[in-house]
Structures are given as structure tokens and as C-alpha cells.
Design a protein around this ligand. Structure first.
Ligand SMILES: [Mg+2]
Length: 191
């Protein structure tokens, strides 16, 4: 089986925009665009804000967690890769509340048009090592440096989706703009 293991937020689903819009609707003042740039919650607020409480509220809401939009129109190249014979598995470091796995799996299936073989929900900011180690050498797609490096260390061919917040960092991964780049590279590999 050829596996593509992939992170979810800011790789498959557009977390940053949706979280920002949700906070704005709650009339909490923020520095717009900051979360996309830094991916650190504390940097997006003007004042001291209990952002962990906000994140909990966001993650506990079935609506917010099942209605993300796709990230950078990734569904097309992902479907092309599926048609090349890849099986998709998601590994996401968000809270593992009861409905979370189902919400994420359904959100992904709705956007991509097919169900992933598995969706591993490993806990907020937790290590992905255990889930990653359940698979033999595979493709691994991430935007967070630490998780990307961990996957590479475990023998996965790792792609890092380029973001402002992970720029200027090097590691045992191939930096790409989007899933179209990944598809192109994997097509070349198989040629
Ligand atoms: Mg991510």
C-alpha cells in the first residue's frame, strides 16, 4: 500500500482564516492576518487574552470543526494522487474530544470527495510520533517544523508546505508551495 500521511490544519484545511473569522464574529479585537503569518495565538490579540479558553471553545464546537474550507484548492491534486494509487491518512494534533475524529473525517471527506482510510487525532500540540510510527516508509506532509522533522526521522519522505511562519528553517524535508508541487514531484519519482 502506498500511503500519504498528512497533517490537517493549514495543510488540508484552512484553519487560520476560519479561526480568525470566528474570533472576529465574537467581537474580540485582533490583529488581522497575524495568525496566518505567525501561527502563534498570542500574537493575534491586541491585549492579554485567554486564548487557550477560546481555542477550547472553538475545538468543542462541532460546527466550527466540521466546516473548514480546503487549503489552497488542494482537493484537485489530492484526487489526482488518489487516482495514482495513494491511500490517504490524516494525523492531526488537536484535542481528542469525542466528536473530533468524526467531525474532521467528515469535513475532509466532504471537501475531498472521498473518505481517508484513517484520521488520527493525537491531542492539542501533542507528538505525532506514535501515529507516524504505525506506518512503513510513506509520504508525510506537514507545515509544522517539529512534526515534519519527526516524520522524516521515522523514515517518511517529508514535504513541508511553505508558510510565513516556517520560512528560513531547514530540515530533512522538501519545501513546497502546495499539493500541486507534491503531485508533480511524486509523478516524476514514478516516471
Ligand atoms: Mg498544521
Amino acid at each position: 500500500m502506498k500511503y500519504i500521511l498528512t497533517d490537517v490544519d493549514n495543510v488540508l484545511l484552512d484553519f487560520s482564516h476560519q479561526f480568525e473569522e470566528w474570533v472576529i464574529k465574537k467581537d474580540i479585537p485582533i490583529i488581522k492576518g497575524q495568525l496566518q503569518k505567525t501561527y502563534t495565538f498570542e500574537s493575534m490579540f491586541h491585549t492579554d487574552q485567554d486564548y487557550r479558553k477560546l481555542i477550547d471553545e472553538f475545538y468543542n464546537c462541532e460546527y466550527t470543526m466540521s466546516t473548514f474550507k480546503e487549503y489552497r484548492e488542494c482537493s484537485k491534486p489530492i484526487n489526482d494522487l488518489k487516482n495514482m494509487g495513494y491511500t490517504f491518512v490524516a494525523i492531526t494534533a488537536c484535542d481528542d474530544k469525542d466528536h473530533m475524529t468524526k467531525s474532521r473525517a467528515e469535513n475532509i471527506a466532504n471537501l475531498m470527495g472521498f473518505s481517508f482510510e484513517d484520521v488520527h487525532v493525537v491531542g492539542f500540540n501533542s507528538s505525532k510520533e506514535f501515529a507516524l510510527s504505525q506506518y512503513g516508509p510513506s509520504i508525510w506532509v506537514e507545515d509544522t517544523i517539529e512534526h515534519a522533522i519527526k516524520g522524516a526521522e521515522l523514515g517518511h519522505r517529508t514535504f513541508l508546505i511553505d508558510h510565513e511562519y516556517n520560512k528560513n528553517k531547514n530540515g530533512p524535508f522538501t519545501r513546497v508551495n502546495n499539493w500541486y508541487d507534491i503531485k508533480e514531484i511524486l509523478c516524476d519519482t514514478e516516471r
